[in-house]
Design a protein around this ligand. Structure first.
Ligand SMILES: Nc1ncnc2c1ncn2[C@@H]1O[C@H](COP(=O)(O)OP(=O)(O)OP(=O)(O)O)[C@@H](O)[C@H]1O
Ligand SMILES: Nc1ncnc2c1ncn2[C@@H]1O[C@H](COP(=O)(O)OP(=O)(O)OP(=O)(O)O)[C@@H](O)[C@H]1O
Ligand SMILES: [Mg+2]
Ligand SMILES: [Mg+2]
Lengths: 227, 227
């Protein structure tokens, strides 16, 4: 479903140039969960942003379900993200003025789903991550780990085909983290492609294979020997 | 240095009441690092906010270096926080318009330290967490783990006597996390009192004792048998 070929991402130029990604090849199939591990600053979030079309590579190609992202217009990319890609941001990115349930149902409502159905889906997704009682709270009335779980629920509603999760267990204790991994794994088994950035080996173990990033390049990988 | 007695913190009232802390007793001495563990939503951040005077308990007492927080005026509490308490927030709380070095030196400059000395201190603190090259970058030009390390550096500059760290390794790989724990431990050994919220047992192991929170109360503790 997702293919990255020769992807480079450079910030700045000249003396101040920072190479965040330095030629990355990666393929994720439907039904496959790939974990990405690596030191702080090695390019993991950049990899996810580029994979999801939130950031444009300096060179190289990103293809999702046969569509080459660089050949789509901004409108087409936005529609693709809304419909097909679920994104769990490293800093959650919740909307402060909306409740937990409203945050979760927003992408679906923007996609034309009737409010009632979107809200029902949202409540079910919140229940899956243990937040059924917090549906009507605002982000600033939630703990860090609760906010993270709202972000996770939002990424999982609807017919997402690609789930991109940036350290989704960073603010969670291990028991709650396990529950989240179970939901994510079930989603992938149901037919999505999943890319999971994590620095926890025990959560990477839920993936079909793990890719190791260092200084913007893939230095090693486990599982199958395809990139 | 830090004493919490009978601390309760309740949000809302009536049917919507949420008891974040339900009667907590805790003592942290200079030279002592205490870890706090517990499930998501169990009250860890609330405990730290109350300990640092950023939140007021519904009942109970907080005493820092002999000063009872509830008996101080707002100005006195603010001065205490600026001078004596270093806080690493779960969501980092960096100022987007300031560079990494400026973010780290700000509390000291607000405290009357000459800009030049504050900036030298800031660069040294950033070097301690591996960010010497990133001193002049803005928060949005940094990775999640780099932002977290800026927040850590900011909490450690100057003559802090109490360091309150809310999951300071949440966005870090284990090698970088170890480096941070080393810096924190050194700070405590040099004479500070440290309270560390973490959900990682291997980082809690750096503490002198660990307190376990569940539903707002202390349910267990390791190390010495004092609370
Ligand atoms: N303004 C608020 N109104 C209602 N409930 C609140 C409010 N702020 C926090 N809470 C609740 O208080 C409880 C404790 O929150 P706290 O942030 O201390 O948890 P935590 O242990 O730090 O969790 P995490 O590990 O997820 O960061 C949670 O159940 C949270 O939902
Ligand atoms: N706007 C920018 N300008 C310059 N450098 C940047 C910018 N944005 C990111 N970087 C750098 O690109 C590199 C990769 O960043 P990225 O956020 O992908 O790392 P990461 O692996 O997700 O790190 P972490 O584990 O800390 O979240 C880092 O060195 C970062 O400082
Ligand atoms: Mg990142
Ligand atoms: Mg918290």
């Amino acid at each position: 479903l997702l293919t990255l070929e020769g992807v480079r991402r450079v910030h700045g130029s000249g003396a101040r140039e920072v190479v965040a990604l330095d030629g990355v090849d990666l393929t994720v199939r439907l039904g496959e969960l790939v974990a990405v591990m690596g030191p702080s600053g090695s390019g993991k979030s950049t990899l996810l942003n580029v994979a999801g079309g939130l950031d444009t590579p300096t060179s190289g190609t990103v293809t999702i379900a046969g569509d080459v992202l660089s050949e789509m217009d901004a409108k087409g990319r936005a529609a693709l993200r809304r419909k097909r890609i679920g994104y769990v941001f490293q800093d959650f990115n919740l909307i402060p003025a909306l409740t937990a349930a409203e945050n979760v149902s927003l992408p679906r409502e923007l996609d034309g789903v009737p409010a009632r159905r979107a809200r029902t889906e949202a409540k079910a997704a919140l229940a899956e991550v243990g937040l059924e009682k917090q549906a009507r709270r605002f982000p600033d009335e939630l703990s860090g780990g609760q906010q993270q779980r709202v972000a996770i629920a939002r990424a999982l509603v609807g017919p997402r085909r690609l789930v991109l999760a940036d350290e989704p267990t960073g603010a969670l204790d291990s028991v709650t983290g396990e529950a989240v991994m179970r939901v994510l794994r079930a989603r992938v088994d149901a037919g999505a492609a999943g890319l999971l950035v994590t620095h926890e080996p025990r959560f990477a173990a839920w993936a079909d294979r793990t890719v190791f990033l260092r200084d913007g390049t893939v230095v090693d990988s486990t599982g199958t020997d395809e990139p």
